[in-house]
Every structure is written in structure tokens, then in C-alpha cells.
Design a protein around this ligand. Sequence first.
Ligand code: 4AD
Ligand code: MG
Length: 483
Amino acid sequence: MSFNKRIKIKKLLENDHIGQDATIMGWVRTKRSNKNVTFIAINDGSTINNYQVVADPALIEEDILKKVTTGACLKINGKIVASQGAGQQAEISASSIEILGEADAETYPLQPKKHSLEFLREIAHLRIRTNTFGAVFRVRHALAFAVHKYFNDKGFFYIHTPIITASDAEGAGETFKVTVLDLKNPPLTDQGKINFKEDFFERETNLTVSGQLEGELAAMGLADIYTFGPTFRAENSNTARHLAEFWMIEPEMAFYDAQDNQDLAEDFLKFVISYALENCKDDLEFLDKRAAEEETTKKADQRSEMGLIDRLKFVVENEFQRITYTEAIDILRNSNHNKKKKFQYLVESWGVDLQSEHERYLVEKHFNKPVILTDYPKDIKAFYMRQNDDGKTVAAMDILFPGIGEIVGGSQREERLDYLTKRMEEMNIPTEEMWWYLDTRRFGSTPHAGFGLGFERLVLFVTGMGNIRDVIAFPRTPGHAEF
Ligand code: 4AD
Ligand code: MG
């Protein structure tokens, strides 16, 4: 007989199993005993809810019960019975308990008391067993599934773009190098530079910062595609919003202009958030309470007015505010915040890049809802964005979310070969190396557009966690690559 004849706790809680024999397996959360009976709360990861095991010392040996400690892993056989106690309708009355893995009470790092999120980050290999991280990763899964469902239902094709590449799509130069050369003694060219011709790919390569450029190639044949893969950025930003390794979703659509792109992005975000609201009720209720508790530790002016679930519903039910960069600059420049010098970076002239304090002011103070900011100055955006007729701006869009700032970056792409080549030359992007990208404009070019959603920023928003390191299982940030 197979070992895994267990029923998941989520399933047990879904309908009435009273009178049935069952096997459950999971980790001990708590144990309490009185003279006659021992109660064990078991969690098996399928749901935030624990299941109550009732162990009668007349049936279960003392030696076994001693090993039932917080964190130990158990297999329980028994009968599902109606519960006498408050708190649950049914429980399992154990006929046998097998200790699958002991957890020494003295040395087990996860004690029943509350640990700080910072401490839990240091034991990321165990934090997945806590209520908070269980909830976060179940929600993360639901969101990933919703992403695929949304695009699949719309007839988009999932493209796997390369992780190792020779291009720096965003042109920010923040790439991790990929090499097999001997770092102590690399081959050199006549000019004394590292000779990458002798490297594995016979050229300089790096980890991708975005799948967009390859995504565009695919859209020029399949029309509607999306990528969902890991991306890597060696930016040294130690913030609660940045990771060195994060996951990005990048849809790319032929026959879309800037407005079509904005409509899709808004619809998509609303869909995935609704999906979580519908499918992660227990976890979101738990996270809502957690976030509310955390709010009480903040200063009054930094607390958010809405609870987590209300905030998610608000985003789903309301139209995003759409404004241009130029309008945003006017709002910021004339704001009391700016006049009273409350911004760290004062907004003085058209053309400056927006800092996250400005983005958050627009979203959280001025409009109080998600904002789609469009038509940025071309000098602060990537080479591939479509140039507007004013000669100054490009058809960019950033979507800004409350508490997060930028969650999406995208644009209509420059489909005109002459405009694109000229812009690349101005920005010192080698047009010969990018011949394959330019070929799409040479042969059968068409208006097209796309965007990138930072998956962890989405998970951060939906779970109400405060730090991006707490929504990816094993975060990679400057100085941290443990586990
Ligand atoms: O705005 P970005 O740099 O846009 C692109 O990479 C485009 N190629 C997307 C496209 O048009 N296909 O990045 C897109 C999103 C950001 O809005 C942000 O949500 C997220 O990726 N992001 C990060 N998330 C976590 N850590 C980082 N270091 C991030 N950098 C960007
Ligand atoms: Mg961006």
C-alpha cells in the first residue's frame, strides 16, 4: 500500500467526514494535555487552518506522546468525530500516531511565541512553516496561477525567453555577468581587455534584466504573447521594494497602441487581484488581521486608512486614474508638500525623473487610487519606447499602486525603423549587435505594445506585507544569497 494515503486538511474541512477513517500528516503547531487526553494542532500546509487531533493516553504510548513537540512531523490514523470543544466542528480521534520526524523542543528555532519578520528571514528554510509565510506563499501561488489563467483565456501564448543573454534590454547597465573564464587569470586582448571570445559563448553575456526584446520578436509572429520568468538586476538598492532576483510578467501584443496597452494592464491587474480575493479568503483574512496589527505600530500619519481586504476591493472596483507625466509634474510642483519642502527631492522643472516619494504622493495623497502615468520625457526612458509627435516625450506608461509605488512599467514600442535606429544611435546602443531586433522593424513591422509587472510587487500589494523580502521564498538582495 502506498505511503501517501492521507487526506489534506483543506479537504477535511471542506465537507462533513464524520464517522470516516482517515490518515493525516503534518507538523505539530501546539500540544496541550490534561489528565485524560492530549490535544494536538496539526498543520499540513494545505490551508492556514490547523486540524485538531485528540490522543487518548490509553491508546497512544507515553513515549510517542513525549515526542509530539512543536515542529515535529506526524502521521495520524484515526476516526473523524464531532468535536466536543468550541473552535472546530470535527476532529480526529487518533488510533495511532507515528513520529515521522522529531523536533527537539530545546533547539527547534521556531518557537510558539511570535518571531519578528527580520529574525524569520534568517531562518528562511523554516519560516515557510509559520502561519504568515504559509499564507503568503499560498497567495503567491494563486496569483501566479491567475496570471496564466488570464492570458490563456485571452488567447495569449506563454513564451520562455532566455535567462542568459548578450543584451541589456533596459540599458541601465545593472547586469550580473555570466562567465566561465578564470577570474584570477583571464585571457586578454592586445589592448589588455578581457577577451570574451575565449569565453563559453564566445562573447560577453549576462543574466537577463527583462524578456521584453525577445518577447517582441515572438509577438511579431504569434501576436499576443507573455513571458513569466526570473529577471536579475545588480542595482545596489537596499529598499523594501527591490530584489536582485525577481519574477516578471511581460505581455507583448502586436496591433496594440498605448491606450490598448493601458486597458489591458488595468483589466489584468483587476483580474488577478479578484482571483486572490475569491480563492484565498482564509489566508487574506489572516493577512488582513496581521497587517492591521502592524499598522498599530506605525505613526498615525503613516497608517493606511483602509484594511488590506478593503484596499484590494477598492482597487478592483474603481477605475485607475490616468494622467500624463506633464500633468503629474504640475500637480507635484504646485503641491503644498513641495512648497513646504517636505519632499527630499523637490520638483522644480519638467524633465526630472520621479522619485518614489513623488509617486506615492500622487497615489496616496492626491488621487487616493492607482494611477497610470503616461508620456514621460524620452530622456528618462528606454530606447525602444515610441516617440510622440511633440518630439520630447515617449508613449511610456508606469502604473503606481498605493503603498508600493511603481508596480508596472511599459510602453508602446517604436515600430518605425528610422526613428528607432536614430534613437539607438543617440543613446549609444550598438545597432549592428541588435540586428535581429531591428529586423522586426525591417520586415512586417506593426504598432505593438507591452508592459512588465513585477510579480513580487504584486504579491506585496495583495498580501499587505511590508517588505519584498517576505514575499519570495529565498530572497536575493545585496549581501544575501543564503539558502
Ligand atoms: O520598469 P521596468 O524596468 O520595465 C521593464 O523591464 C520593461 N522591459 C517591461 C516591459 O515593458 N516589458 O520593470 C518592470 C517592473 C517594474 O515596474 C517593477 O514592478 C519590477 O518590474 N521591478 C522590480 N521588482 C523587484 N525588484 C527590482 N529590483 C525591480 N526592478 C523592476
Ligand atoms: Mg520602470
